[in-house]
Ligand binder design. Structure first.
Ligand code: NI
Length: 176
């Protein structure tokens, strides 16, 4: 396993729509290694999710996990979830606005409206088709990571940049 270098905003890979992973290759050793490295990298940097383009791999793979996260206290837990070629279905009309950050948009936070609940269809790391319902913070993280796979970041989803906040100031003035 290895901790991978995180691509930041400005690297073209962050803005490139990621390629679907052929179903047959998901269980292969190279793909399994990528997934293991992504999990290790997410944990190393206290991420709650990580998408492959964020580690310079333009593939539709995302990992999500929340266990007492230092960057997002009070959220979760969310069990380790691996999504390959995820598709969001039935996103609720109802949206909730909350703060988001991103390892590729270093040390910023901003307020982003997201669907309150959704279903997601994807392959798991064994290459099996999965479909499940998610809501609240889990649904938010899924939307954030699926955006990465389409070359989007949370800044694109902010209705106004007036809430864009450095992490230091977020912790000082806005953390509830
Ligand atoms: Ni992100």
């Amino acid at each position: 396993m290895a901790i991978l270098k995180v691509a930041r905003l400005g690297h073209p890979v962050i803005r490139t729509p990621a390629q679907a992973v052929p179903k047959e290759s998901i269980a292969s050793p190279p793909a399994q290694r990528i997934i293991d490295d992504m999990i290790e990298t997410m944990r190393e940097y206290d991420g709650v999710g990580l998408a492959a383009p964020q580690v310079h791999l333009s593939k539709q793979i995302a990992v999500i996990e929340v266990q007492d996260n230092r960057r997002y206290p009070g959220e979760g837990p969310i069990p380790l979830t691996v999504l390959v070629n995820p598709k969001i279905l039935n996103a609720s009309r109802k949206q909730l606005e909350d703060w988001e950050g991103c390892l590729s948009v270093h040390e910023f936070r901003g307020r982003v409206p997201r669907a309150e609940s959704l279903e997601v269809e994807a392959y798991n790391r064994k290459g099996e088709k999965i479909r499940f319902h998610a809501q609240g913070f889990f649904a938010r993280v899924i939307q954030h990571e699926c955006d990465h796979l389409a070359g989007k970041v949370f800044l694109d989803r902010m209705p106004t940049l007036s809430t864009l906040t450095h992490l230091h100031e977020f912790l000082r003035y806005w953390q509830t």
